[in-house]
Design a protein around this ligand. Structure first.
Ligand SMILES: [Zn+2]
Ligand SMILES: [Zn+2]
Ligand SMILES: [Zn+2]
Length: 364
């Protein structure tokens, strides 16, 4: 396969994405490491080579999904009806665990492509061997394993099916962007974003200072971290700078807006936002507030906790050392139960049970 990364287009893309977010780290979105290029084309992996992070699949710190190019069904049939193709995996699900336990070998490719198109191989209905691009459908056991959108707790087949058919890779990666060391590379075109006006930098700066650097959704005051306050175009038209169309939003509230599934927030920025929200007492103790403001990476696990009769957890819980300095921080915690859910590292605090979201769901 030929490598087709057009750098000029990539720069334009980076510029379009970045102007919503001022200032912006240019280099981070443009430099592609060899591993990113390999993954964008599909990298052959063994199940044992994959790292599991927060119940998800990872290669060298990048979130990936796994698919099998060789199809049982005729490839033209799969193209016409993707549900007849083999499922792709996004989590360390029951199916993959069974495969691993049985030592079964399949040719798996790992990819971080967000557009939902896969290069599949096999015979077509006239018996001719072909290699074609096709959509595939996600594995349902994966959705269950990470409780994506509360999939595991919907009792109606119709609701579960809705989550399954509406599944979008970019949105899934957005949900878990804080779990990984590297954000997904935004190299697929972003539909319908339009172009910004030339005076956008000034307009954006004015809006942000006029509102006192406060997020219009969660109320967070970001005057000490101004780069985490964005200006959002409500109707999605980037050239429409009329007053009612511009809304200052923190990076976390912004990525949760419709059609923003390619806006990723890294763990460091999310930790700053969570810390400030706690310091400014913006997180209530009810489930509504906790679910609105918790890191999306732990949503599946804390929704699961709710179904299991837990009380709402404390979000961004901090452990203090002897001199009251913060020695560790976890995404969600139940201090009375001494149970915490952590995304990346699990701090060793005596007497506490530290679990990833997936481990929490397995245990409770
Ligand atoms: Zn799966
Ligand atoms: Zn906000
Ligand atoms: Zn926006």
């Amino acid at each position: 396969m030929e490598l087709d990364v057009n750098l000029a287009a990539l720069w334009r893309q980076a510029r379009r994405v970045s102007e919503d977010i001022v200032p912006f780290d240019w280099t981070a979105s443009v430099v592609l490491d060899p591993i990113d290029i390999q993954l964008s084309q599909g990298k052959e992996v063994q199940l044992d080579d994959l790292d599991v992070v927060n119940g998800l699949l990872s290669v060298e710190g990048r979130q990936v999904l796994l698919f099998i190019p060789d199809q049982h069904a005729a490839v033209d049939i799969v193209q016409a009806s993707p549900e007849k193709g083999k499922r792709f995996h996004v989590a360390d699900c029951k199916t993959l665990q069974e495969m691993r336990a049985k030592g079964r070998f399949q040719r798996y490719l790992a990819t971080n492509k967000l557009d939902g198109m896969f290069l599949i191989t096999g015979n077509d209905s006239s018996g001719r061997y072909r290699e074609v691009e096709s959509e595939l459908r996600v594995c349902m056991n994966c959705l269950e394993a990470v409780n994506y959108r509360d999939y595991a707790h919907h009792s109606h087949g119709r609701e579960r099916r809705g989550i399954w058919t509406n599944f979008e890779i970019a949105e899934f990666f957005n949900t878990f962007s804080t779990s990984f060391r590297y954000l997904p590379r935004n190299i697929a075109p972003r539909p319908g974003s339009g172009t910004y006006t030339d005076d956008w930098a000034k307009i954006s700066a004015d809006i942000r200072s006029r509102c006192g650097f406060r997020c219009d959704d969660c109320g967070l005051d970001l005057s000490a971290h101004r780069n985490l306050l964005h200006v959002h175009h409500v109707n999605g038209v980037k050239s429409d700078n009329s007053a009612g169309n511009l809304r200052p939003l923190c990076a976390d509230c912004h990525r949760k807006q419709p059609f923003h599934e390619r806006m990723f927030v890294n763990a460091k920025d999310m930790a700053i936002i969570t810390r400030l929200r706690n310091a400014q007492r913006l997180v209530g103790s009810d489930w509504g507030s906790v679910l609105k403001l918790a890191d999306l990476s732990v949503h599946g696990a804390i929704s699961h906790a709710r179904h299991r009769g837990f009380e709402p957890p404390e979000i961004g819980y901090e452990f203090a050392g002897k001199d009251q300095t913060v020695i560790a921080e976890v995404e969600a915690a139940w201090p009375a139960r001494k149970i915490a859910i952590c995304i990346a590292e699990k701090p060793g605090i005596p007497g506490w049970t530290m679990l990833s979201g997936a481990e929490f769901m397995e245990r409770y």
